[in-house]
Design a binder for this molecule. Structure first.
Ligand SMILES: NC(=O)c1ccc[n+]([C@@H]2O[C@H](COP(=O)([O-])OP(=O)(O)OC[C@H]3O[C@@H](n4cnc5c(N)ncnc54)[C@H](OP(=O)(O)O)[C@@H]3O)[C@@H](O)[C@H]2O)c1
Length: 246
């Protein structure tokens, strides 16, 4: 069950950043990819570029998840849709943002896994890749986002136990800062979001797709549990950036 044995994949959050990079990479390997997100025009462009199949889906809509995904027979799930609204300290966060982030990153992710993972168990074949974050492993002064990714860490580890004895693999990818649209959506103040990338060279979406592909391409007996990757010049610890030494 290395990559060559996998035929189909579902990528959530495929309309930009890490998800989009994964769709490109998987398509190049001949995988039939179902690419899901909310923005139709982005998915249409991706379908034209890669041959993937667009699945318009809001992962906060439980009914739509089961209606649209339960019958998809995919070998790979890249569980990636997510955002960081309410990134500021908890007591400053907008209550609606707290809900949006937890609903999207945790509840949506769990329903997506349930919807497609059931078939993987029945077929005794599959690979669930959860896109977590260093924020799920270490405190970063962001209770809402951190707890959402902490939940993904716990979910990934518990899934591994629940799936023991099957040939369904579970991998959690925990990136540090990646140059995507993430901070433009997370933070309303453009100066603050731009500041997230000052003073160091950020990871690129392709770096994360490389890590995903590495985990997928190992022989079936190997389960890559967690991959943590961060920019060389930066590490976890919040929005503050410490300039690299001269
Ligand atoms: N960038 C970083 O520094 C970083 C670091 C660690 C982990 N991550 C994680 O990486 C994942 C991808 O983020 P990114 O950095 O690639 O950011 P991005 O470019 O903003 O992409 C986020 C994706 O999630 C989708 N999405 C958001 N809410 C959704 C919803 N309710 N239903 C369906 N899709 C939804 C967006 O699509 P639509 O808007 O079209 O729905 C988009 O495709 C996220 O889980 C994020 O937490 C990012």
């Amino acid at each position: 069950m290395a990559l060559i044995d996998y035929k189909t994949a579902l990528v959530t959050g495929a309309s930009s950043g890490i998800g989009e990079a994964c769709v490109h990479r998987l398509s190049k390997h001949g995988i039939q990819v179902f690419a899901s997100a909310r923005r139709q025009e982005k998915l249409d462009a991706l379908a034209a570029a890669t041959g993937c199949q667009a699945v318009l889906l809001d992962v906060r809509d439980k009914t739509a998840i089961y209606d649209q995904l339960e019958d998809l027979q995919v070998d790979i799930l890249i569980n990636n849709a997510g955002l960081g609204r309410g990134f500021e300290a908890l007591f400053e966060a907008n209550p609606d943002d707290i809900e949006t982030t937890l609903q999207t990153n945790v509840i949506g992710a769990a329903h997506v896994i349930r919807a497609v993972g059931n078939g993987m168990v029945k077929r005794n074949r599959g690979h669930i890749v959860n896109i977590g974050s260093v924020a799920g492993l270490y405190p970063i002064s962001s209770s809402v986002y951190g707890s959402s990714k902490g939940a993904i860490h716990s979910l990934s580890q518990n899934l591994r136990l629940e799936l023991r004895g099957t040939r369904v693999r579970v991998t959690e990818i925990c990136p540090g800062r990646v140059a995507t649209n993430f901070f433009n959506i997370a933070v309303d103040d453009p100066e603050k979001s731009a500041n997230a990338f000052v003073g160091f060279e950020a990871l690129q979406s392709d770096d994360i797709a490389d890590a995903v592909l590495y985990a997928l391409d190992t022989p079936w007996r190997v389960n890559i549990g967690t991959i943590e990757l961060s920019p060389t010049e930066q590490t976890f610890g919040g929005m503050q950036i410490t300039p690299a030494p001269e």
